[in-house]
Structure formats: structure tokens, C-alpha cells
Design a protein around this ligand. Structure first.
Ligand code: BGC
Length: 740
């Protein structure tokens, strides 16, 4: 086409677009735009720049605004606010084809209203709660100029040293998959195109949580079986739930950096799973193919990434600088570029950006949505459902408000730390409810005394005396300890999982006063606090709970809410046990129960092999009884077994129980895990109330990759287990899976 005919085509496209748009399918619309695009414009759509701040090492600034106005940018990340979003979209309207930008941000656990960190929400085992939190995050983000989040992070991890454990749903593929689907549903709400729906991203594809040594960005090395059975299911669930995009990771898997891993992206994701969205690199990960020493220069890096199935380049300009020449020289087929651009444009159409580039730039809506008081109410509800009661000896909790409380510890008055990593603290810091404020509101000044005791990372005990005096003058002591916001999150791996600084010594000193002690731990990962766990009568693991942290903790402390959360990840006794997870194999010489390792057994000489707190564990202020366990074989084509039982609330207060279903193949090739979660349900019961619970095990749930890596159902004996935690099984029964 010469210049004149291109111009005529564009004018007629613009005129006819509005008229005919309604009648065309999205694919036809995408093709009609694609036909008009130059190679540079196509590569522009495959380019994403960081806008106002960095969440990774910055690439050279260049002339971003000029590039946008010339149609050389498809998306920006790190942008907040309708004013900024509008300014950027106005620039796109100066470009030849006026293609709007997708504006992305890491909306990980809330936008303005900060919700609990993802691992905390996963602890609720309540998919409505998880979905609702993502829904509100999307409602706020879409009102604040953003139409794409880089969440949910669906990486399974078995390693609490990894800082990003806070951002996922823990160690289990089944729970992880359920949480992934719930988050995706929450972000997209009624579907892309609705004004409060945003695109979302399952990341980091794949096995990023398996970095050796728990170090961020480190290589992962694993069998095909572990990849498919443990690490991929949450991604598959996200795809099935309609996730819009997938993000590569920054590491290499079995020697192949995932940003250029065509097996993962082209074969599994876009092939086997038929994923129709687009794949974005992680920050700078195309250029990092060079630092991985996988390629020698950025020309090769761009070649490897596009062949590996990466459609958009986040913040490194390898595509922008290299792809046009690679196509011109015939080294990259234009069909690969067209496929990537089609995927990106399709999302822009689905979002409704072509119809209105300013769709997410409504200042009136921004003001109204971001000040909606209902969001705080829901954040408090989600937060209290995310708190795990680890110990409550002598029913010391819930507290009575008539007692005089000594509130001690560095986190009791902290706002920023309560928000946790990956929160937009600049927005919300001032409005965070601290534990101190929440207790003050409840018990009044005359019943509350506060002393800090020490800072989170302090090595000095100078503040101890004041704290001890405060404890002595009170009826009971509430201690608020844990991690600071920067201690978990990206690039925040830690080799030491102990409660930081002298915090555990502070707890000891307070315990020695003889006053009853309740410990609240706020952190982004499972920590080690053995002395506390063995001595202190009451412990709440409260993670980082967001804007309403203090109020939610007070709700649980005083029994306005009866805790119902359970651990989505195993808590080790010390770092030497890591990686430790419940769904391990039996081995040929398993350790003997909880004893230290006997001769020629696979435990430790210096430590029992079991964890400190088990997967699925968490207490309540009430008690539940499991009874009437029945399993019924089903003669259905798909469903094999119905498992039913009754749960009764045998305590004095209403409460929720998370009942868990596990299976084990008794004899199998290959060896299977000692237990695998295959179902759970959460139910609310009034005192003395009982309910029948039913689970159906279908063929899919009992199948696995056989020894030749074919998905199959092996006939033979399976053990079916039902319980309140992986270490609290109430019933076990064998079931014969017949030959199919
Ligand atoms: C992280 C991603 C994140 C991206 C954009 C990277 O450093 O690994 O998870 O989405 O930055 O902020």
C-alpha cells in the first residue's frame, strides 16, 4: 500500500468503525485494525513501559511520551489515578491509529482499600471471601484508571524462606487452584467490558515458587511430574476461569529461562490448554535472557522470547529495538507478530477501550468508588476470616473487656506494616486501623496500657523493663510481634525464619511476669517461634491484614468473630526442615512417628521430622464433632464415590468449620503422596447444630500421571480420609477403584 491508500484506508476505518462495530465479531474487528498496521506499530503494541514508578530495575528512559503519541506503545504499568490515565490515553489519540493503552498495576490485595495479603485470604479457605476481595479491588482499580492487574500470583511454594510466599495461596495444588479461580472470577466480575472489570494475570509461569534455597529469582529444577501435578494446576484453573493474561517468570526451569520456554507457553499453555489471552514477560525478563547467559545479545533475546510465546515485553525494549529488523531479515515470521498483536488487540476490544479510550478515566466515579465506606466493612470481614488461631490453652481467648490489658510490642501501633508488601501504602497508610486504636476503642484508656518493648529487628532489650512494668500492672498481656512490611515480598528471601530481633525474648520476659499472655503474630510468611508455641497459652497468626487489621484482630480477640481460618502452608520447626510439605511421598525408610530418627530411618538425628504446625490446621472457640461417616460407590460414568458425614458444633458458641477430604493411593506405580487434598467445605454451625456434608470423588480427582506420564485412573485401593486438618483425620476408609 502506498501512503495515499493507507490514509484513505485509515479514514474509512475510522468512519466505518463506529457504524459497523456492533455487527462485527471481535476477531473481525481485530483483523480490520491489524490490516492497517505497520510493522513498527505492531511491535509497539507488544511493548509495555513503566510509567510513574519502578517495580524492577529500570531500562533507559527514552522518550516514552513521544513513543505513545506515535503509536509505539501498547501498555503502561504502574499508573494510578484517572487524571494520569486520561493524559496517557489522550496521547494515544494523537497517534495514527489511535489505539488506546492498557494500563496495568500490581493490584495484589486491594487498591485503595487494602485487603489481607493473599496467603492470609487463602487461610480463610472461603472462596466467596477470596472472590469478594478481588471484586472490590477490581472495582476500585477500574475507578482509579487501571484496567489490568498483575494478579493473582498462583505460584505454589513449599519454601517459607521465599519472600513471595505472602503473595500466593500456599503449598497445595488443589487449594491453590480453587483460590486462583476465585480470584480470577473476582477480578473480571460480570466479564471484561463491564466498567468495573479489569484484566488479570496468572503469574509467574511457571514453578517460580520452587527457586532453589528459597532465593528469589533462583533456578528451579524439577521433574515433569512435579511440574504438572504440583505447580501447574493453579495456572490451568486460572485459564479455565477466564484469566486474561499470563506472566512469565524471572527464573529458569530445568535450565530454560521461562521467558523463552516454548514447551511451557507454546505447547502447554497456548496448545494443550488453548489459552486465548496474551503472555507478558516479567519486568525486563527478555533482556535478562542475556544475564542468564542463555543468549549473547538482545537480538537473540527477542528471537528466543517471541519463539517462546511471549507476546508483550515488559519494560526492556528488546522487542521494540529488535523485532522489526528480525522480521525484515526473515528471522522472525510475521505470523508470530500478528498472532501476538491479535491477542493484545482482542483484549483491548473486550475491555471496551476502542469504543471509549477514557472508559476508566471517570473522575466522578473515582471519587465515589474510592470513598465507599462499604469497602472497609468488607475488608474487616475478610481480615477477621484470615486469622488463624494456633493455640488457646485453657480457653484464655476470647478476652473479657473488663480486664486491664497491657498491649506490648512493635507492631501494635504500626500502620504501614499492617498493609504488607505489594500494597499501595502511599494511598492508605494514614487510614489503617492499628491494634492499639482498636483496643482503645473497645476497652477505653483506663483498661489499656501500651509499651513498645522493642522494635521488630532490635537487638537491644532496653525497652523490656517498661514493658514488664506495664504487664505487671495489668490483668493480661497482649503481645503484637512479627515482620515489618519489607521483610516478605519480592526479593525478600530470608535464611532465618525465627521471629526477628529480640521479639521472642520480649515474649519470654512478659511470660515470666506470670500474667496470662496472648501473642499475635503479623507476618508475610510462616515464621519459627518454638519457645512461644511451647509456652504461651494463646497464639493468633494474623499475617498482614490490610486497612482494617487492628479492628479485625480485636474482633477475634474479643470473640465478636470466632476464628475459622486454617493454615494453607506447613510451618516448620526450623529452617533445616525446609522444604517441608504435607503431600510428600512415603519413602522406603520413613521416619518413625514423631521420634528422632532411629537407625537407618529417614528423619533427622537432632530433630523430629514432623512440622510445628500442619497444613490445614487451625482452631476455633468452639469444638466440632465428626460422625456418621458413610462412603457410597456411585455407578455413574464420571463419579466414583460419595463421601458423607455429619459435623456437629459441640461447643457453646457459633462457629465455622473447614472440613477437608484427602485421598491416598495405597499401592501405585508411580509412588503417590501420603495424602492429597481433594475437597473441602466451610460451614457455619450454631451451638448443637449439625449438618451433613457430602463430597463426590470423580475420576478426575482420583487420576494422576501414570509412570509414562499419561493421565490415567489406576484401579486398586484408595484410602479416603476426612478431617479437620491434615494431622487431624477423623475417619479413614479404603475404597476399591474398579478396572475401567
Ligand atoms: C514482579 C512481577 C510484577 C512486575 C511488575 C516484577 O518485578 O516479579 O510480579 O508484576 O514486577 O511490577
Amino acid at each position: 500500500m502506498n501512503h495515499k491508500s493507507i490514509l484513505i484506508a485509515i479514514i474509512s476505518f475510522c468512519l466505518s468503525f463506529q457504524l459497523s462495530a456492533q455487527n462485527k465479531t471481535i476477531d473481525e474487528k481485530v483483523d480490520s485494525v491489524l490490516r492497517l498496521m505497520t510493522l513498527e506499530e505492531k511491535v509497539g503494541q507488544m511493548t509495555q513501559y513503566a510509567s510513574f514508578w519502578s517495580t524492577g530495575p529500570k531500562s533507559p528512559e527514552g522518550d516514552k511520551l513521544k513513543d505513545i503519541a506515535e503509536g509505539r506503545v501498547g501498555s503502561l504499568l504502574n499508573i494510578v489515578g484517572t487524571d494520569k490515565a486520561r493524559t496517557m490515553q489522550e496521547l494515544t489519540q494523537k497517534s495514527r491509529l489511535k489505539i488506546p493503552l492498557i494500563l496495568g498495576l500490581d493490584v495484589i490485595h486491594g487498591f485503595k482499600t487494602t485487603f489481607p495479603i493473599p496467603i492470609a485470604e487463602a487461610s480463610s479457605w472461603d472462596m466467596n471471601v477470596v472472590e469478594q476481595s478481588a471484586r472490590i479491588a477490581a472495582t476500585e482499580a477500574s475507578a482509579g484508571g487501571v484496567n489490568w492487574t498483575f494478579a493473582p500470583m498462583v505460584d505454589i511454594t513449599r519454601d517459607p524462606r521465599w519472600g513471595r510466599v505472602m503473595e500466593g495461596a500456599g503449598e497445595d495444588p488443589y487449594l491453590g487452584a480453587r483460590v486462583a479461580a476465585a480470584r480470577v472470577k473476582g477480578f473480571i466480575g460480570a466479564g471484561l467490558g463491564s466498567k468495573d472489570a479489569i484484566m488479570c494475570t496468572a503469574k509467574h509461569f511457571a514453578a517460580y515458587g520452587a527457586g532453589i534455597g528459597g532465593r528469589e529469582y533462583n533456578s528451579a529444577d524439577m521433574s515433569e511430574r512435579t511440574l504438572h501435578e504440583i505447580y501447574l494446576p493453579p495456572f490451568k484453573a486460572a485459564v479455565e476461569a477466564g484469566v486474561s493474561t499470563i506472566m512469565n517468570s524471572l527464573h529458569d526451569l530445568n535450565g530454560i529461562p521461562t521467558t523463552g520456554n516454548s514447551y511451557l507457553v507454546r505447547k502447554v499453555l497456548k496448545g494443550d490448554w488453548n489459552f486465548q489471552g496474551f503472555v507478558i514477560s516479567d519486568w525486563g525478563s527478555i533482556a535478562e535472557l542475556m544475564t542468564h547467559t542463555y543468549v549473547k545479545d538482545s537480538i537473540e533475546a527477542a528471537w528466543v522470547a517471541i519463539h517462546g510465546g511471549t507476546d508483550m515485553d515488559m519494560e526492556c525494549r528488546a522487542y521494540r529495538n529488535q523485532l522489526p529488523a528480525l522480521v525484515a531479515s526473515g528471522k522472525v515470521d510475521i505470523a508470530l507478530i500478528d498472532d501476538a498483536v491479535r491477542r493484545i488487540l482482542r483484549k483491548k476490544f473486550e475491555l471496551g477501550l476502542f469504543g471509549n479510550p477514557y472508559k476508566f478515566c471517570d473522575e466522578g466515579r473515582e471519587k465515589q468508588v474510592l470513598s465507599n465506606p462499604q469497602h472497609r466493612i468488607i475488608a474487616r470481614d475478610v481480615a477477621k476470616r484470615s486469622i488463624v488461631l494456633l493455640k488457646n490453652t485453657g480457653s484464655i481467648l476470647p478476652l473479657k473487656s473488663t480486664k486491664k490489658i497491657a498491649l506490648i510490642g512493635p507492631l501494635a501501633t504500626s500502620k504501614t506494616d499492617m498493609l504488607g508488601s505489594w500494597s499501595l501504602a502511599k494511598f492508605d497508610d494514614g487510614e489503617v486501623a492499628t491494634l492499639y486504636d482498636a483496643l482503645l476503642k473497645r476497652v477505653g484508656k483506663e483498661h489499656l496500657v501500651y509499651a513498645k518493648g522493642c522494635g521488630v529487628e532490635d537487638t537491644s532489650r532496653v525497652g523490656f523493663n517498661q514493658a514488664i512494668e506495664a504487664a505487671k500492672a495489668a490483668d493480661l498481656v497482649v503481645v503484637s510481634v512479627g515482620e515489618k512490611r519489607e521483610m516478605s515480598g519480592e526479593a525478600a528471601s530470608r535464611s532465618n525464619l525465627q521471629l526477628p530481633g529480640v521479639q521472642e525474648q520480649l515474649i519470654k520476659a512478659l511470660y515470666e511476669t506470670g500474667k496470662p499472655v496472648v501473642v499475635l503474630i503479623n507476618a508475610g510468611r510462616p515464621l519459627v517461634f518454638n519457645w512461644t508455641a511451647d509456652h504461651v497459652p494463646a497464639i493468633l497468626y494474623a499475617w498482614w491484614l490490610g486497612s482494617e487489621a487492628g479492628n479485625a484482630m480485636a474482633d477475634v480477640l474479643f470473640g465478636d468473630y470466632n476464628p475459622s481460618a486454617k493454615l494453607p502452608i506447613t510451618f516448620p520447626r526450623n529452617e533445616g526442615q525446609v522444604p517441608i510439605y504435607y503431600n510428600h511421598h512415603h519413602t522406603g525408610r520413613p521416619p518413625l512417628g514423631d521420634s528422632n530418627s532411629a537407625e537407618y530411618k529417614g528423619g533427622y538425628l537432632d530433630l523430629v521430622y514432623s512440622p510445628k504446625f500442619h497444613f490445614g490446621y487451625g482452631l476455633s472457640y468452639t469444638t466440632f464433632e465428626y460422625s456418621d461417616f458413610i462412603i457410597t460407590p456411585l455407578n455413574d460414568d464420571d463419579n466414583l464415590i460419595k463421601v458423607s458425614f455429619t459435623i456437629t458444633n459441640t461447643g457453646k458458641v457459633a462457629g465455622e468449620e473447614v472440613a477437608q477430604l484427602y485421598i491416598r493411593d495405597r499401592v501405585s506405580m508411580p509412588v503417590r503422596p501420603v495424602m492429597e487434598l481433594k475437597g473441602f467445605t466451610k460451614l457455619m454451625l450454631q451451638p448443637s447444630e449439625k449438618q451433613i456434608v457430602e463430597f463426590i470423588l470423580n475420576k478426575e480427582k482420583l487420576s494422576y500421571y501414570d509412570k509414562d506420564m499419561k493421565w490415567a485412573l489406576e484401579p486398586g485401593t484408595f484410602e479416603i480420609m476426612v478431617g479437620a486438618a491434615s494431622n487431624d483425620i477423623k475417619f479413614k476408609v479404603n475404597f476399591e477403584v474398579p478396572k475401567q
